[in-house]
Design a protein around this ligand. Structure first.
Ligand code: RB5
Length: 146
C-alpha cells in the first residue's frame, strides 16, 4: 500500500521506527518529515500528509505526535480526510470498518512502539464494512459542504 507519514518532534523517534516497520512489511512509504527531533508545529506536518491522502497520491496517512490528538484535529480540517486518533488495535480496526478512516494519528509519548505497530497492522489491513456504514460516512463527508 502507498502510505504518507509524518510527525512532530514528540513523535519523531517512533515515526522513524514505524517507517522502517512499514517498509519491512512491503509498503511504499513517503516520509514527509521532519528529519530530526527539533521542535516543530504539528499542523504543518498534518497538512502535508492530509493533502497527500486527499489528493489521491497515497491510500492512507500516518501521523505521530505526543498524543496524536493535535495531528488528528489538524488533518480533519482538510476536505476528504477522516483522521482518527487511535490508541488500541481494536479501535484502529473499528475506525476502518465503521468510519472508513483514511488517516491514523498515533501517540509517540503514551503508546509503545509495539502497540503502534499492531495499530498500523489493523489500520492497513481492515476493509471498510460498507452496508449500513456507507450512508453514515457519506453524511460525514456531506458536512464539508453544509
Ligand atoms: C507537543 O508538545 C505536543 O503538543 C504535540 O506533540 C501533540 O501531542 C499535540 O496534540
Amino acid at each position: 500500500m502507498n502510505i504518507s507519514i509524518a510527525s512532530d518532534h514528540a513523535g519523531f523517534e517512533q515515526k522513524q521506527a514505524l517507517v522502517d516497520y512499514l517498509v519491512s512489511q512491503g509498503h511504499s512509504v513517503i516520509d514527509r518529515g521532519p528529519d530530526n527531533d527539533d521542535r516543530v508545529d504539528y499542523p504543518d506536518y498534518a497538512e502535508l500528509v492530509a493533502r497527500d491522502v486527499a489528493g489521491g497520491s497515497v491510500e492512507r496517512g500516518v501521523l505521530v505526535c505526543g498524543t496524536g490528538i493535535g495531528m488528528a484535529v489538524a488533518a480533519n480540517k482538510i476536505d476528504g480526510i477522516r483522521a482518527v486518533n487511535v490508541t488500541t488495535p481494536q479501535f484502529a480496526e473499528l475506525s476502518r470498518e465503521h468510519n472508513d478512516a483514511n488517516v491514523v494519528a498515533l501517540s509517540g509519548r503514551f503508546v509503545d512502539e509495539g502497540t503502534n505497530r499492531a495499530i498500523l497492522d489493523a489500520f492497513l489491513s481492515t476493509p471498510f464494512g460498507e452496508g449500513r456504514h456507507t450512508g453514515r460516512v457519506e453524511k460525514i463527508m456531506a458536512l464539508e459542504t453544509k
